[in-house]
Structures are given as C-alpha cells and as structure tokens.
Design a protein around this ligand. Structure first.
Ligand code: SAH
Ligand code: SF4
Ligand code: F3S
Length: 445
C-alpha cells in the first residue's frame, strides 16, 4: 500500500462546520488521506469556512495567502475551500485565489472522494449544488475508532426563516431534517465509541421534524428517544429559534434528566421595531414570557443568547431596549456582534449605523453581559456539580471537563476519570473557568 496522503483541515464558524469537518475527513479517509495537525505536513489543505460576518470571510482569503510559500515549496500541494464561503462565492474564489484547486459547498462533501481524484490528476473541481440526496448517507460505514466523550450530531440543516441580516438560508439552503432511525443509529454508534454527551445540531435545531417510524417527530420526541440509549448520559441541542420552542420541548427541560440545563436561545435585539425589521417574527415581551415558561420547567437553567448591535436604523433608544431586555432576562453566557452587512441579504440594502456608534454600543452590551456571565459563574462557588471530564488540564494531575451548565471546570483528578462523570465541589471562579475539588466519582448520570 502507498504511504497515506496527509490532510490538514482548518475549521471556522459554527458547530455544524466542526461536525462537517469530521465527516469530510472521513470521506477523504476512503481516498487514503490521514489527518495531520499542521498545514506544513499536508498534501491537501482544506479550509472549512464561515460567511456569517464579513470578517469571517476575509479571514479565509488572508489564510489562503499565507499558504503561498507552502505551495511554492511543494507544487503538488492541493488547496480546497469548503463550507459557507465556498457556497456563497463559488468560482469567484478560484478567480481571486488561483492557488485554490477545489471548492465544495456544505451540501456536497460526500462527493469529495471523486473531487480529490480529479485534483490529484491536475484538474480543478467545483461543486456547490444543493442535491436531493442526504450527504450523510454516502459516507463510509467502516468501524470507527474510539473517540472523546463529547460529540456533535447534525439532526437538521438549513433555514427557512430568512432573518433580514443572515446568509445561512442562502449558504445552507432550505430546512431539512434527517430521519429518526438514522440519528438513533448514529447516536448508538457514537456511544459505542466512548461518547457520553451528544449535542444535537441544526441552524434551527428546534424546528426539527424528521421522519419517524410513525410519522413526523419533533425535537422533544427525538431527545426522549435518545435518552433511552444506555451509556449516553447527557444531551444538549443548539441553535434554537424562539418561535420553535414548543410545549413538549419546554416540558422536556423539566422531566428529561439527561437533557442538560443549558439553553442557547438567541433574541438578537430587545427592540420591537428592530425585531420586526430583522424579520424575527416575535417581539421582546413574547421572548421574555417564553423564558419565564422555560424557567418554570427548569428553574436552574443557564441561558445563553446571541445579540446584534447597530442593525441598520437602530437608534440609541432601541439599543437601550436591548440592554433592558438583558437586565430583565439575565444571561449566564452570550455572544454579541456588531452588525455586518452581508451581500444579498435584505438588510444590506439599508444605510448602516456609523461604525463608531455600533462599536460603542457593543462595548456597553458586552460589559453588561460580561457582568452577568461572571455572576452566574461566581454563583457556582460552594456548589457541588457534575463534571464530565474530557482531557488533561494545563497543570500536572489536573483534568478539565464541563459541568451540566457547560461551565469549564478543572480539578485534580486521576487520568482514568477522563470520559467519566464525577461530582466536583466548586471552590473558585476564575476568568473563564471554575476550579473544583473532586468529591466522588459516579459512573453514570
Ligand atoms: N440560527 C441561529 C443563529 C445562526 S448565526 C439563530 O437563528 O439564532 C449565529 C449568530 O450570528 C446569530 O444568532 C447572529 O447573532 C449572528 N449574525 C448572523 N448574521 C449576522 C450579521 N449579518 N451581522 C452580525 N451578526 C450576525
Ligand atoms: Fe439566520 Fe435567522 Fe435562520 Fe438563524 S433563524 S440561521 S439568524 S436566518
Ligand atoms: Fe458560518 Fe455557515 Fe455556520 S455561515 S455560522 S459556518 S452555517
């Protein structure tokens, strides 16, 4: 057999891309590629890209520029661009950066083996279709090695919501749910390989409506079925839209012990006028009332959100409404962004808020969210929490893992606790993590 060819994959953007990168590496594995940790060793470099904000897309072009010396030193080096920039820009990428041999959109990476053969033969390969077939079904079914204790599992892809600022409906296409049986099989396989925690993924994961044995299932039913899998101890899901937060899913937060008390539920703005202009289809009061219902089901829920400041036309008063909503709701974790005009989206046609104004608002919002995040973390001190240990920590003898609330926790613990859930007493709240002391080891949740 010839020596394995070396593949370097770099991933940008959301967790869907992390999941897709793993699947792409598996698809190329069937062509004799083995993953390596640096671009320098690679025979093929694949950038799995994100188009959500302008900066994310520009990063891809500057990264490609940095590969020039590598290509000059190794003319056979193949360079590919995958993901949402590939979908949005297509051939334009090869025009702007002629070094690029391969462009593959997020819906066609099951065709990568054939594309890899084409580029190895010196051709260029481009595929940004939205095919009918399920890209996941075409992936190799070979027995896979053991892996770390946490995994992502894509259950739903694409989005039909068309928020006025967002590229996802264009780069990922229409909303599609994967069938229940496939997902349960994939989840069982992951558990057999050592996985204890699965995060169900989708751009609009709570809009999931996959074909089940007796008709369509929603996300709550899928979660309840996954909770029956022995050896799977924790279930999470992301990202959700407030309008798809159905009663059964709210109830599951209260009665499904394996569903973790953490919810990422973006609201984007606290101003009703801005929410309408964003095409979010709910107002601020409805969101606040929804959070109250979810918290009634699960009082210790740690809530996370996404915010955009400086959406076209946003006034100081409207921005203030976002701060008020944040004060009223209380977030344990959050992501906040300055609005970035994306070509082809309706909001990009509108006159922007001056950059200095948007930057200043972002600072104020982040200061408030930062205080809330810190308070939520500090409130853990003195409590006993369950931690799924994932890997060794920075200091000798230490392990690091996540609590039910998704806080990073490190504690002195024996290495054989990696992949196990243990009870840890939190003794200190640090900048981005909690320090704990091991109380007892418990093998299951
Ligand atoms: N499907 C999810 C989020 C997908 S994108 C949802 O509906 O909430 C992740 C986040 O990026 C969004 O929640 C939004 O806050 C941010 N985002 C998307 N487009 C953006 C843009 N044009 N400018 C700034 N932030 C944006
Ligand atoms: Fe984008 Fe809105 Fe769809 Fe989320 S719901 S992916 S923000 S269009
Ligand atoms: Fe980015 Fe595409 Fe995800 S644009 S956020 S990688 S869906």
């Amino acid at each position: 057999m010839s020596a394995p060819k070396k593949l370097f994959v770099k991933t940008y953007g959301c967790q869907m891309n992390v999941y897709d990168s793993e699947r792409m590496a598996e698809a190329l594995g069937s062509e004799g590629y083995e993953q390596v940790a640096t671009a320098e060793e690679a025979d093929m470099i694949l950038l799995n890209t994100c188009h959500i904000r302008e900066k994310a897309a520009e990063k891809v072009y500057s990264e490609l520029g940095r590969f020039r010396p590598l290509r000059e030193a190794k003319p056979d080096l193949k360079i590919g661009v995958a993901g949402c920039v590939a979908q949005a820009e297509g051939e334009e990428i090869m025009r702007r950066q002629p070094m690029v041999d391969l462009v593959v959109g997020p819906q066609t990476y099951h065709r990568l083996p054939a594309m890899a053969r084409a580029v190895e033969a010196g051709e260029k390969a481009l595929d940004t279709d939205f095919p009918e077939e399920d890209k996941f079904l075409h992936l190799p079914k070979a027995r896979k090695p053991r892996r770390g204790p946490t995994a992502f599992l894509t259950v739903q892809e694409g989005c039909d919501k068309f928020c006025a600022f967002c590229v996802v409906p264009y780069t990922r296409g229409a909303e599609v749910s994967r069938p229940v049986e496939r997902l349960l099989t994939e989840a069982r396989e992951l558990v057999d390989r050592g996985v204890r925690e699965i995060t169900l993924l989708g751009q609009n994961v709570n809009a999931y409506h996959g074909q089940g044995p007796d008709g369509e299932w929603g996300l709550a039913r899928l979660i309840r079925a996954m909770a029956e899998i022995d050896g799977l101890d924790r279930i999470r899901f992301t990202t959700s839209h407030p309008n798809d937060m159905e009663d059964d899913l709210i109830a599951a937060h209260g009665d499904c012990a394996k569903l973790m008390p953490y919810l990422h539920l973006p609201v984007q703005s606290g101003s009703d006028r801005v929410l309408k202009a964003m095409n979010r289809k709910h107002n601020a009061a409805e969101y606040v009332a929804l959070i109250a219902r979810i918290r009634a089901a699960r009082p210790d829920l740690l809530l996370s959100g996404d915010f955009i400041v400086g959406f076209p036309g946003e006034t100081e008063e409207e921005f203030q409404a976002t701060l008020d909503l944040v004060e009223a709701v209380g977030y344990g974790q959050a992501y906040s962004f300055k609005y970035s005009a994306r070509p082809g989206t309706p909001a990009a046609e509108k006159p922007p808020v001056p950059d200095e104004v948007a930057s200043e608002r972002l600072q104020r919002l982040q200061a408030l969210l930062g205080r809330q995040q810190r308070a939520a973390q500090d409130a853990m001190v003195g409590r006993e929490v369950r931690v799924l240990f994932e890997k060794p920590g920075r200091e000798a003898g230490q392990l690091i893992g996540k609590s039910d609330y998704l806080h990073a926790v490190h504690a002195d613990a024996p290495a054989d606790l990696i992949g196990q859930i243990a009870t840890v007493r939190i003794v200190e709240s640090r900048a981005n993590s909690l320090k704990g002391e091991l109380v007892t080891q418990s093998v299951s949740a």
